[in-house]
Design a protein around this ligand. Structure first.
Ligand code: FEO
Length: 168
């Protein structure tokens, strides 16, 4: 069983992962109306990936004999100035999530909860990948600038993304 502190913190992180999923869905909607269907698809895959993160935590809390309590999900932003603006927000958001995961891991260490600490290692590695992937897209969008053919090519490329849940 989890300590009450860890249980509360993991419930908070479930909420943060579902919020991430919801925010990326809002970004997908923005890309749809901007005529960037590939980037809209990329964001929908991201939405699924975040829901996978939330479910991984949901299942862990249950497995440990503790209680999942779902709360309200905040309203996500709905408007951006450009594709670069969206991905800059995405990067800032992922950096914030990384710090939440680090805080959670520190709490697990303080509480001497080794199982939760080991569980969180997967998320620590995942955040490295997420920040690197999104950072690379931000760099490409900066290079593209106002070149619409470059943006079209990137839209085509990123629209190929398919999220496949990891086996474990
Ligand atoms: Fe669940 Fe994008 O971190």
């Amino acid at each position: 069983m989890l300590s009450k502190k860890i249980e509360k913190a993991l419930n908070g992180q479930i909420n943060a992962e579902i919020y991430s999923s919801y925010m990326y869905l809002s970004m997908s909607a923005w890309f749809e109306q901007a005529g960037l269907a590939g980037l809209a698809t990329w964001m929908q895959q991201q939405t699924q990936e975040e829901m996978f993160h939330a479910m991984k935590m949901f299942n862990f809390v249950n497995e440990r004999g503790s209680r999942v309590i779902l709360g309200a999900i905040d309203k996500p932003p709905t408007d951006w100035q450009s594709a670069l603006d969206v991905f800059k927000d995405t990067l800032a958001h992922e950096q914030k999530v990384t710090s939440l995961i680090n805080d959670l891991t520190n709490l697990a260490l303080d509480e001497r909860d080794h199982a939760t600490n080991i569980f969180l290692q997967w998320f620590i590695s995942e955040q490295v990948e997420e920040e690197a992937g999104v950072g690379a897209i931000v760099d490409k969008l900066k290079l593209i600038g106002k070149d619409s053919s470059g943006l079209f090519a990137l839209d085509q490329e990123l629209g190929q993304r398919v999220f496949t849940p990891p086996a474990k």
